[in-house]
Design a protein around this ligand. Structure first.
Ligand code: GLN
Length: 306
């Protein structure tokens, strides 16, 4: 692979997109603490497998990672449980919104994949069975980012106060026997993982094991095996952006995981991890400018898995 100077590319993307801030999309209004975030922010950061970094815009500002946390809870669960994790969670794209209830009824309480809310709640249940899930997640992310990360208690409370759909999903799964633990305990973990707060720079580093066969971005020690890492990337590509996953694959062609805080992390296998953030979302709950930024990145660099 020829070396590439990424800094001017990210500067260019930032310059192109900044004038569009405030012109479309909406911040996630259904979580009051997120509804107060200014939409006029855009950040982008990447870290290569060799450890080079580049960043532009609001890349150092911490934001609520929301569903991007589902990557890391899945990583913990795969590490601890291996194949048995898949006895209660599927691996198919849902083609439905991230908080949809409908498939759960016909599929007897087994969520389609670990990246929709139902799937992540089922993963949280597995983590609760193994110990202090919140502490484990904080420890994993702190190690991966190379510095402590925080859980925003106000965001977690805000989610708990308004998380009626998530409570419905959890209760429904409990009724089918998908959850072993108390619903309130599982939801508490889920709401706190969504309330993790990180910057694009931290996220680009933390997700680094996904572009280097599962090896820790800083220490080089195994986080996941190469085979497990391929699977997480496959799930990101097919399910990481909910019912926009087909469109993301078509336009961007990179494994991605988004969150309603407006962040999206993308993996270029064997090359780099990239995180973009802008709080205004499109109708599928994915960052509008974040998506545009990833399209521009692929256009300018030609880096894509296809
Ligand atoms: N906390 C959010 C929710 O449960 C996470 C959803 C998301 O980021 N897509 O609704």
């Amino acid at each position: 692979m020829p070396p590439m100077d990424f800094q001017p590319i990210l500067d260019d993307i930032n310059a192109q997109l900044r004038p569009l801030l405030g012109q479309g999309g909406k911040v996630a209004g259904y979580i009051p603490a997120l509804a107060r975030v200014s939409p006029l922010q855009f950040g982008i950061a990447l870290r290569t497998c060799a450890g080079e970094t580049a960043a532009a815009g609001d890349s150092a500002t911490r934001f609520s990672i929301q569903s991007m946390s589902k990557l890391f809870s899945l990583t913990l669960a795969i590490r601890a449980l291996g194949e048995t994790l898949w006895e209660r969670i599927g691996r198919e794209p849902s083609g439905s919104p991230f908080n949809s209830l409908v498939q759960l009824e016909t599929e007897r309480g087994i969520p389609r994949n670990p990246f929709i809310n139902a799937g992540a709640i089922a993963v949280a249940d597995r983590l609760v069975s193994m110990g202090d899930a919140k502490a484990e997640l904080l420890a994993l992310l702190g190690r991966l980012a190379g510095e402590p990360v925080l859980m925003d208690a106000e965001v977690a409370r805000s989610e708990a106060d308004t998380g009626f759909r998530n409570a419905a999903l959890a209760n429904f799964m409990k009724g089918f026997g998908t959850l072993d633990n108390d619903v309130a305990t599982v939801l508490d973990v889920y709401f706190h993982q969504c309330a993790l707060s990180m910057s694009c720079e931290q996220m680009a580093c933390a997700a680094g094991y996904l572009c280097r066969d599962g090896r820790h971005p800083l220490a080089g020690t195994p986080v996941l095996s190469p085979a497990q890492t391929r699977r997480v990337n496959a799930l990101m590509l097919t399910c990481g952006t909910y019912d926009a996953a087909g469109e993301f694959a078509f336009r961007i062609g990179l494994p991605c995981k988004s969150g309603v805080g407006g962040g999206i992390v993308a993996v270029v296998p064997d090359r780099l991890t990239l995180c973009v953030w802008s709080p205004a979302l499109d109708g599928t709950g994915n960052s509008l400018l974040g998506r545009r930024a990833l399209e521009l990145f692929v256009e300018k660099t030609g880096l894509s898995v296809f």
